[in-house]
Design a protein around this ligand. Structure first.
Ligand code: SAH
Length: 405
């Protein structure tokens, strides 16, 4: 990193950005959901994708590079997923190292890879610049290839059944760190890393570590650059991006104003406040009525059906009465605005909750469908490799903590 006045200006702007997520920032009402560590940690090195076009050009100028070089770099990055500047045939070799250092720092490095489902699921544990760990999961399906990405190191939402929730939040990820997961997966797809040969990364889900609406600015920057066409972005349609949230209502409402047609998924997990207060602690801030109202408003403005995530936990939230109440609460808003995605709980070590019985899962879905609500049991890709997102990194971190204590 250079420390000339204008690059300092860029970093302080970005610092402001990174800290102004819905749940972040000193003045935020949700400051308390961040761990104390968060503020002390440094920021990830700046990457091309963290900068606006103006900032990129300004930065290039300081480095003695004409502005049009920035567009070339963006073209290689977004159209070819390539950051090896020294190999760009249209780029002067004398500027290659400077450009690489200034715009394409290596933000994420693989630490561990695990495969499941005959190689159709690849889970990667990544190391970040400050030695933090996050993970992503690439999944090939007959009609699509989906990447599940992380948006925060750890998570501050504290859901007791979730491995990441147990870690607490370390820090927000930068747009660069979020987008590098996408670029590398897109490159893997293109280079034939998945069975069946070269393919295209088609879908992105924010269902890895973290609460993306708690890192709003970086998340939005990432979404815009996932969906824009090259050289502004990867050209993965916003309609193929799913944003999963615990139900941070101001974040959902802000998202409505962006008018970008991502699919919204809400982690409901319980049909009543009494039960959800326990399973999803954020419910004490934003209760089921507020969350469903916001989700329905999102549907009205985006015309996109909202997904309701519901982890089925044996004897806790998976009985007929729960399905009936859920159906009633969803039908309150009218027909066909929502799709329920129950998933059998992937139990984490030492948890008092376990997965539902298959017959209870079947009954749950049956009750919803009979009430006119579309519902499908979500597949449990890679559960043999701690596949529910967040669990691999969580396990590694937990082991690390034990080793250090
Ligand atoms: N913060 C976001 C993303 C979390 S991960 C959110 O809350 O939606 C994506 C989904 O996996 C969420 O619905 C989350 O509740 C669910 N999940 C977490 N741990 C799980 C587990 N052990 N078994 C099944 N689903 C789990």
């Amino acid at each position: 990193m250079t420390t000339s006045p204008s690059s300092l200006h860029i970093s302080s702007e970005l610092e402001k950005d990174a800290d102004s997520g819905i749940t972040a920032g000193d003045k935020s009402a949700f400051r308390d959901v961040l761990s104390k560590d968060h503020a002390r940690r440094g920021k990830a090195p700046l990457h091309l994708v963290d900068m606006t076009d103006e900032e990129r050009k300004e930065h290039a100028k300081e480095l003695g590079m004409p502005a049009f070089r920035v567009k070339q770099l963006a073209q290689h990055y977004f159209a070819h997923f390539d950051t090896n500047v020294s190999e760009f045939s249209d780029f002067p070799s004398s500027l290659a190292q400077t450009a690489k250092d200034a715009f394409f720092p290596d933000l994420i490095t693989p630490v561990l890879e695990q495969e499941a489902d005959k190689g159709e699921t690849i889970k990667t544990l990544w190391k970040l610049f400050d030695d933090s760990r996050i993970e992503s999961v690439l999944m090939k399906y007959p009609q699509r290839v989906t990447l599940c990405i992380s948006s925060q190191v750890g998570c501050g939402m504290d859901c007791p059944f979730c491995a990441t929730g147990r870690l607490g939040l370390t820090r927000n990820m930068s747009a660069g760190e979020i987008l590098e997961q996408v670029r590398i997966a897109a490159l893997q797809c293109e280079s034939g890393r998945l069975p069946g040969g070269p393919t295209r990364l088609s879908n992105i889900v924010f269902m890895g570590m973290g609460e993306a609406l708690g890192n709003y600015k970086a998340m939005m920057k990432a979404i815009r650059q996932i969906s824009a066409l090259p050289p502004e972005g990867f050209g993965i349609s916003a309609r193929n991006i799913t944003l999963s949230t615990v139900g941070v209502v101001p974040g959902i409402r802000k998202l409505i104003t962006e008018h970008i047609p991502v699919r919204l998924a809400v982690s409901l997990h319980a049909p009543s406040d009494e039960l959800r207060d326990e399973l999803v602690p954020m419910n004490r801030r934003f209760n089921t009525t507020q969350v469903l109202d916001a989700a329905h408003d999102y549907y009205l403005s985006s015309k996109r059906r909202v997904s309701i995530e519901y982890a089925l936990m044996r004897g806790i939230n998976d009985q007929a009465e729960h399905a009936q109440l859920l159906a009633k609460r969803l039908n309150h808003y009218g027909d066909d605005w929502v799709h329920v995605n129950p998933i059998p709980l992937n139990p984490i070590e030492g948890s008092r909750w376990t997965a539902s019985k298959p017959e209870d899962e079947a009954q749950f879905i049956d009750i919803l469908r009979k009430a006119g609500i579309s519902a499908t049991l979500r597949d449990t890709r890679g559960s043999d490799i701690d596949g529910a997102c967040g669990q691999l990194a969580a396990k590694e971190l937990a082991q690390d903590l034990v080793r250090r204590s």
